[in-house]
Design a protein around this ligand. Structure first.
Ligand SMILES: NC(=O)c1ccc[n+]([C@@H]2O[C@H](COP(=O)([O-])OP(=O)(O)OC[C@H]3O[C@@H](n4cnc5c(N)ncnc54)[C@H](O)[C@@H]3O)[C@@H](O)[C@H]2O)c1
Length: 368
């Protein structure tokens, strides 16, 4: 199969869908790989690395989309890319179609086989192509939170680790899933006093066990959240209700009872955010202040660390890329129920239940 890797064109998106190592693997499996010039530059991979790995470098996106049988990307196609979508093309990328009606209709109208990273689901319900980006965002959340806590950046001027004779800062993590656990790991490593709140006692028990009680775990209820918000220097929002908007755990009224210059890093902003006062921001202008509380609400946090994020993403996607290319899409879906869940549109039909529900469109079936 001819696999095409175009350069990402979404604002501030520096990741690339395949590393030179991935190209090598695809070549060993007998596939041709074509890469748009400079596609990997911001992730630390010059064209020459791809050429050494066996890829052909093409000068324009049109050539890559035109020649490829399967286009592998990071972000969804933007409207200026719609004309490149054509019948029979396999598109493998993050799509988030439940929030993108126009794109959904384009993919159907143009009979694209659209396989979405985020709906690939293992038997235990986990989402293997979302986990790596939640790991990145969770770890990064504390890093950006400490920056925002510095006085020149609007924060209250607390050094999270404290120093000898001075208490460390206090971090409240809402949500003990992938992002939350990774935020806790970094905050604990920095010596902060950390409290985590989740509604799932099993997750809290696990964290209590591994941190030998050095981490405070609290069950999610309004009283615990209110009490901890008042004491926190930094709050990390990392809750997820699968397929739904994030619950608004921080109300506007809570802010005035929080410390002035405290920081909320709302990782869940891509699902609407956990604070009533959260609204999406960008890497170019990441923070704003409401009632004295600094809000960081960047919806594509992993884009800030493309070298790490590209490696983490492609580690997870490569086995699926190879399955799709080796077997051809339908046979790959037949053999892998996890991959089959990734198929969002096929031959003009909408084949993902969540997307069909979101737009009240008829649900088609994959001819497996
Ligand atoms: N901003 C970004 O760039 C970025 C990047 C990656 C992930 N995310 C987002 O981060 C969020 C967390 O993702 P994840 O992979 O860690 O999810 P996850 O499913 O692993 O964990 C979510 C946790 O939230 C808990 N939860 C649900 N409702 C709760 C409530 N009312 N109170 C307390 N806890 C509650 C669940 O029990 C679970 O432990 C998601 O919204 C995800 O889309 C954002």
């Amino acid at each position: 199969m001819i696999i095409g890797i175009p350069r990402e064109i979404k604002s501030n998106e520096a990741r690339v869908a395949m590393t030179p190592e991935g190209v090598k693997a695809a070549r060993i499996h007998g596939h041709e790989v074509i890469v748009e010039t400079s596609a990997g530059a911001l992730s630390g991979f010059p064209d020459s690395d791809y050429e050494i790995a066996g890829a052909k470098i093409l000068g324009s996106a049109d050539e890559v989309w035109g020649e490829a049988e399967m286009v592998v990307k990071v972000k969804e196609p933007l409207p200026e890319e719609f004309d490149r979508l054509r019948e029979g093309l396999v598109l493998f990328t993050y799509l988030h179609l439940a929030a993108a009606r126009e794109l959904t209709e384009e993919l159907m109208k143009r009979h694209v086989t659209a396989v979405s990273y985020e709906t690939i689901e293992l038997e235990d319900g986990s989402l293997p192509l979302l986990i790596p980006m939640s790991e990145v965002a969770g770890r990064l959340s504390v890093q950006v939170g400490t920056w925002a806590l510095e006085a020149p950046n609007g924060g209250r001027g607390v050094l999270l680790s404290g120093v000898s004779g001075v208490a460390p800062g206090r971090v409240l993590v809402l949500g003990a899933g992938t992002a939350g656990k990774n935020a806790i790991r970094i905050a604990m490593g920095m010596g902060a006093r950390v409290v985590v709140i989740d509604i799932d006692p099993v997750k809290l028990r696990y964290l209590d066990d591994i941190y030998h009680g050095r981490l405070t775990t609290l069950i999610g209820n309004a009283a615990n959240i209110e009490q901890e918000l008042e004491q926190a220097d930094m709050v990390i929002g990392a809750v997820l209700l699968a397929g739904a908007k994030a619950p608004r755990l921080i109300k506007r009224g809570h802010l005035e009872r929080m410390k002035k210059g405290a920081v909320i890093v709302d990782v869940s902003i891509d699902q609407g955010g956990i604070a009533e006062t959260s609204k999406p921001t960008t890497h170019a202008d990441p923070v704003y202040v409401v009632d004295g509380v600094v809000h960081y609400c960047v919806a594509n946090m992993p884009g800030a660390v493309p070298v790490t994020s590209t490696a983490a993403l492609t580690n997870a996607t490569l086995p699926y890329i190879l399955e799709l290319a080796d077997l051809a899409p339908l046979e790959a879906a037949r053999r892998s129920p996890a991959l089959a869940k990734g198929f969002n549109t096929y031959d003009g039909a909408l084949t993902c239940e969540g997307v069909a529900d979101a737009f009240s469109l008829p649900l088609g079936r994959l001819p497996l």
